[in-house]
Design a protein around this ligand. Sequence first.
Ligand SMILES: *Cc1c(COP(=O)(O)O)cnc(C)c1O
Length: 465
Amino acid sequence: MNENQRLPAVDRVLQQIPELIAAHGRQLVTACVRAELAAAREGLKHGLPLPDEASLLTAIHRRADEAGRAKLRPVFNLTGTVLHTNLGRAQLAEEAIAAMVEAARSPCALEYDLDSGGRGDRDDLVSGLLAELVAGGSPDIAATIVNNNAAAVLLTLNALAQGKEAVVSRGELVEIGGAFRIPDVMRRAQVKLHEIGTTNRTHEKDYAEAIGPKTALLMKVHTSNYAVTGFTATVDEQKVAKIAHAANLPFVVDLGSGTLCDFAAYGLPPEPTPQQALAAGADIVTFSGDKLLGGPQAGLIVGRKDLIAKIKKNPLKRALRVGKTTLAALEATLRLYRDPDRLRERLPTLRLLTRPVDEIAALGERLLPTLQAALNKLAQVSVEACSSQIGSGALPVERLPSAALVCRPLARKPGKSLLALERAFRSLPRPVIGYIRDDAYHLDLRGLEAKDEAVFSAQLHNLKF
Ligand SMILES: *Cc1c(COP(=O)(O)O)cnc(C)c1O
């Protein structure tokens, strides 16, 4: 008798797993059933026994659960980089999450003026709020929001300097991880880059002498992911503003990471703010929504009302604008800045950056026995001092003292064990992302808040090597 005959028909298997079909859809589950039956048939050909029904169903469940899982999954970011671009940068405040959900669920006044009943402008949802937060509510300050800060720079340059020149110091021609390079963005914006000074030194006269009939603006870029030290000279914003204004030109500052609060007040290394840039005379500042601001991915363009109006008229604005959920999250995040006393507790980015190292170390001590038990004889676990970084370009040379669970493989050549450890943590139901350094696998616990501690430790027994 042909062994194939004894494998169940696809339809009969499907009848037994309605809950799996409800979870993942008939199409995907049918494909999984077919694939498992084919694998069993192949096994029979090679002399393997016919799988019993229970193990066949288990295999189908495993296959469907894996194939049907969402690709964008939550993870534990224990890399020590708080604003990790590949892990989604800022975690949103609960207030921002709630606002996004509401905006997603119902019609909302995105471009509708509820006072007049007429057409509204989506930028007005946050423009006044931004003017309040960065310029004391000055009526001369407005804002427009685009997809990210790269878009903010592109749009600003194209709107204010297309076909003309922008003056930038050679020390500030930055590349942000990925594909954002100031010279390339300039070219795409159809602006001619007029480089001045040298890599390490740029002087006032370099700016002044660069200005000619083709100059459209002067620009400074915050060197957000590196530091030039040694024999250096830069011209501060106030002085560049003066030179620009004497020539009747706008002065644009790309801040990159824009925090609206005084980092020093939270014991963090100081970071330039849009408030300072505008007070120093910048006409336009651009910064990211999902870096130190702690909000959704967005690019914020804030500054002189007449220039903002010009930027908004540019056709690229329509191509780069953001949607209602982004604006909902941004408005809710910005509103939190009205109450500095509670900001630390409500804004996850600030909360994570300011966590006391003792608290992080104590968490490590609490988790150590569970992790050591899970790793058994594979690695020795200890709690050790480490240093976190802010990430996404903010404060590149500053480090925040933190504590890590450090797993040192017991094998004489640890290379393979380290990769196995990394893979095992990555394969957990909620993947854990750490880092390898000095022949040890590190989990920087700054990224693990008390509210997630139970979920983290409960899944450790699932580690498989
Ligand atoms: C991060 C950064 C950008 C790009 O911002 P995105 O929001 O990632 O598009 C541009 N300029 C500077 C100085 C930056 O730090």
